[in-house]
Design a protein around this ligand. Structure first.
Ligand code: SF4
Length: 322
């Protein structure tokens, strides 16, 4: 059973009773969910999995530079469920529910178990908006996590997007295959079938998330002919050493997930304990140069505050990787 309250976490021995009161205040503000698959990987609350999903009293402290909407999703939303940041692509967020609630999430003020499921009328308005904009060639389904939808609802959304003539690419961003692999059934994988180019970007931050069950879930997606991309966030205490990052990138490749983006942490409220300075991130990646295959190399990026898009952070490439 997914653990969703501080009482659940206390009963499971995952939080310190001395912190219970503060954590109840955290839970009032930010959703909690810990799936059995992720629970099984936690050895100590402060390990690479525990840090990602267990609430911490430090979340009650918002630093001066942190913002509830660090990359301006709200400011760039022309209608409910759509974010339009770049000319050739748009985000569609059909729901704001996730399998787990990551303590560093940049949408943490918005995501949650009650959240944001678009009605059919709202979906229809989003499709009409996309249809009227032929410059948009790619729709990125995100949220929340689109694989939390039922196969029927997900399939209907994929079909509706596929029917828009200028939508050439559909990309789905998800944590489900690793965080809750049992949710990926053959029916859910089939719901992603389309004549369009479909990509699935899998969010993972630690090699240990690539369990056997996750591998099986990913193979169901691969069996649909869907290329898999990896996206990660550079996180203090999770993947901030060359060894941990190398392990993560190699685990992705073994699972046939091509590392795509490594994100610098966005300044969402109460996330400072995860911050790794950009210079340290650059040095970490530089330490991997020549040590790991070029296939494993992600693009290290920062989403500029204010919604101005992504900038690559390097390290600069002076040679070829093979
Ligand atoms: S799964 Fe994604 S959207 Fe959901 S809490 Fe984690 S980072 Fe945020």
């Amino acid at each position: 059973m997914t653990l969703r309250t501080t009482a659940d976490l206390l009963a499971a021995g995952l939080i310190d009773p001395a912190d219970a009161q503060a954590l109840a205040r955290v839970a009032d503000r930010y959703a909690i969910a810990l799936t059995p698959a992720m629970r099984a990987l936690i050895g100590t609350p402060d390990d690479d999995i525990g840090r990602q999903f267990l609430p911490d009293p430090a979340e009650l402290v918002t630093a001066a530079h942190e913002s509830p909407d660090p990359i301006a999703d709200d400011a760039l939303s022309p209608l409910k469920g759509i974010v339009h940041r770049y000319p050739d692509r748009a985000l569609l967020k059909p729901l704001l529910i996730c399998p787990v609630y990551c303590r560093f999430c940049f949408r943490r003020e918005h995501v949650g178990p009650d959240g944001g499921v678009l009605t059919q009328a709202e979906l229809d308005a989003a499709y009409a908006w996309l249809r009227a904009r032929p410059a948009i060639r790619e729709v990125i389904l995100t949220g929340g996590d689109p694989l939390m939808l039922s196969p029927r609802r997900l399939g209907a959304i994929v079909a509706a997007l596929s029917a828009i003539p200028h939508v050439e690419i559909i990309r789905v961003h998800t944590r489900v295959p690793l965080a809750d692999p049992a949710r990926v059934t053959p029916a859910l994988a089939e719901a992603l079938a389309t004549e369009r180019a479909m990509f699935v970007a899998v969010h993972a931050n630690s090699a240990r998330e690539f369990t056997d069950a996750a591998g099986a879930a990913l193979r169901l997606l691969l069996a649909q002919g869907i290329p898999l991309l990896g996206q990660s966030v550079l996180l203090r205490g999770v993947n901030d050493t060359p060894e941990a990052m190398e392990g993560l990138l190699r685990a992705m490749l073994r699972a046939r997930v091509k590392p795509y983006y490594l994100h610098q942490l966005d300044a969402a409220p109460g996330t400072a304990r995860f911050a790794v300075p950009i210079e340290e991130g650059r040095a970490l990646l530089a330490a991997l140069r020549g040590r790991v295959t070029g296939l494993a190399w992600p693009t290290y990026v920062l989403d500029l505050p204010g919604g101005h898009g992504k900038v690559p952070l390097g390290p600069s490439h002076t040679g070829t990787h093979s």
